[in-house]
Design a protein around this ligand. Structure first.
Ligand SMILES: [Zn+2]
Length: 121
């Protein structure tokens, strides 16, 4: 038979099945080494990998500890007490929001930051 990708002559029992195609060993290694980005399984495992790698850094841990102790806090005050510029603060906040660790809410018409689990704030 022939490899369905490169057309090389191969024995039936040497053929490898990948992505629904029977291919030679060379093509198989090639395909196996380079998963398509649109392959849902590859994307899924990549996401799994990155989420397991996500940890809060020191500043983010401080922000969360502060919120735990002090409850909902306006971002300006939080940044000031963290001794951070608003730019730095927002940079630390973005992943925390993304990880659903903290969220912003309106309290008496003012924006406050609170821990995600604190819910009503
Ligand atoms: Zn081949």
């Amino acid at each position: 038979m022939k490899c369905e990708l490169c057309g090389a002559e191969i024995n039936e029992d040497e053929a490898k099945q990948i992505q629904g195609q029977k291919v030679c060993e060379d093509c198989y290694i090639d395909l196996a080494a380079k998963p398509k980005t649109c392959d849902p399984w590859a994307v899924y495992s990549a996401q799994n990998l990155s989420s397991s790698n996500i940890t809060v850094n020191e500043s983010q841990a401080r922000i969360m500890a502060y919120l735990e102790k002090n409850g909902p806090t306006p971002p300006e005050k939080l940044a000031e007490d963290m001794d951070m510029s608003m730019d730095d603060f927002e940079r630390e906040m973005a992943p925390l929001r993304h990880m659903e660790k903290v969220r912003a809410q309106l309290q008496d018409g003012r924006k406050v930051i609170c821990l995600w689990q604190q819910g009503q704030c």
